[in-house]
Design a protein around this ligand. Structure first.
Ligand code: ASP
Ligand code: MG
Length: 430
């Protein structure tokens, strides 16, 4: 049995869904667990619906949701003939689920509503894709992932109840594979023991796929993407980025940790624990080799570059020149945990604590304000954080030229620097 994950870009139009079906056809006769994301930018659009609703703009929320409904119905109409009506019935059930909520007044927290609304994206897309595949003779069984993936109620960042979910997989999914070759379900979503919908964090479908791969002892997992393979840098930032054909689990965990937008960070562990190889392949050209990620040592990797823009440096120092001790630091971490701030880099000195975080204005202001009750706080914005794994002197000098290094951390494998564009350069560039 193989697990496939099709991301939002692979199903974001009528043509792409047809293309996906062609890929599936190549695997005729194989047992496949297929995880599909929401179409294109649907998740972002549903985030806007939630925001409008929670801000008290009910009409706007309903209007934005109406647009999404029409988009999905139109896609279904273009794709389906015999199965259109049955798909429409299913879609309308999901529409009602959301609209019923949008007609109410928001009385609970934002994150709760977020999950109830945003989960609809994957329900819509999988309904359309499943009906289309069935109509084209690629028989599959659609499943609501919320009946399988049980989570806690930490909305938007829900944690899977491994034991319960494992039971559901054994009792519901395994028997279904006796009669079906293909089971198709949503990534990213789950439900609590009270049947409230939850989500696993943005881009969480990779992770869902890995959870199924682990629990079903899959022979492999494949993530179908719009890139030819995993690259050593983001080609949008570095046009000279090169493809990497082979990686091991640890390297990918490190890359994701430093912020490479390759694969959802939680994806690797469930695969690594069972030694299941992960393939990253291009849905636009399946004949390309792509990348294999497994547990064998991989030598001769190129430098791997991760550049995070819009970084903010918080410099917090003691007022009376006393040392920064565990008390200060644990207080700061406590504040960050409370505000869901994940520092990208920290450094502890004698009388100061440095912390680099993503530029998220409200959160930074709040953190700075709270920290200023016991420390002096200085904030520097507009920075970038460069991480290079397997670095060498040439690449390091090349990537840091004409920049001021504000902070530097280094191990034999990895170097990280916080960079500020030189003032003169900035003026020239403008
Ligand atoms: N649809 C969700 C998102 O866009 C989950 C995913 O695609 O993995 O974040
Ligand atoms: Mg996605």
């Amino acid at each position: 049995m193989k697990v496939f994950k099709f991301g939002g870009a692979s199903v974001n139009s009528v043509e792409r869904i047809k293309n996906m079906a062609e890929i599936m056809r190549q695997y005729n006769g194989e047992k496949l667990m297929v995880i599909v994301s929401a179409m294109g930018k649907t998740t972002n659009a549903l985030e806007k619906v939630t925001k409008a609703f929670c801000d008290g703009h009910k009409d706007e929320a309903l209007f934005l949701f109406e647009q999404l409904k029409q988009q999905h119905l139109t896609t279904a109409k273009y794709l389906l003939v015999t199965n259109y009506l049955s798909c429409e019935v299913q879609l309308k059930d999901f529409f009602t689920e959301v609209e019923w909520l949008l007609h109410d007044k928001p009385v609970r927290e934002y994150d709760y509503y977020y999950d109830q609304v945003v989960c609809a994206g994957e329900l819509f897309s999988t309904s359309i894709v499943s009906h289309y595949l069935n109509e084209k003779g690629i028989a599959n069984k659609w499943i609501d992932a919320r009946d399988i993936i049980r989570t806690d109620d930490d909305f938007r960042d829900a944690v899977i109840d491994w034991k319960f979910t494992m039971n559901q997989v054994q009792n519901m999914i395994v028997p279904l594979f006796q009669e079906n070759n293909i089971i198709l379900t949503q990534g990213f979503i789950g439900a609590t023991d009270e049947n409230e919908s939850t989500t696993l964090g943005r881009e969480g479908s990779d992770y869902t796929a890995a959870v199924f791969a682990n629990m079903l002892d899959a022979e492999s997992q494949t993530i179908w993407k719009d890139v030819e393979s995993v690259m050593n840098a983001d080609p949008k930032q570095f046009p000279g980025a090169v493809a990497i054909e082979e990686l091991n689990y640890n390297e990918v965990i490190e890359m994701a940790y430093y912020g490479a937008q390759v694969i959802h960070p939680k994806t690797i562990k469930p695969l690594q624990n069972k030694g299941i190889p992960l393939y990253v392949k291009c849905f636009l050209n399946p004949s390309l080799k792509g990348t294999i990620i497994h547990d064998r040592p991989v030598h001769g990797l190129p430098p791997i570059i991760v550049l995070k823009e819009n970084q903010v440096l918080l410099e917090m120092s003691s007022r009376d020149f006393s040392f920064i001790g565990e008390q200060h630091v644990s207080h700061l971490y406590h504040l960050m945990e409370k505000m869901h701030i994940k520092p990208n880099l920290t450094q502890n000195g004698a009388i100061s604590f440095l912390c680099v975080i993503d530029e998220w204005p409200e959160k930074i202001e709040k953190l700075a304000l709270e920290a200023s009750s016991f420390l002096d706080v200085q904030v520097t914005k507009g920075l970038s954080l460069l991480t290079i794994r397997h670095y060498n002197k040439e690449i390091f000098e090349y990537l840091t030229q004409k920049k001021t290094i504000l902070l530097r951390q280094q191990t034999p494998e990895t170097i990280q620097v916080l960079l500020q564009q030189n003032r003169m350069d900035e003026i020239q560039n403008n």
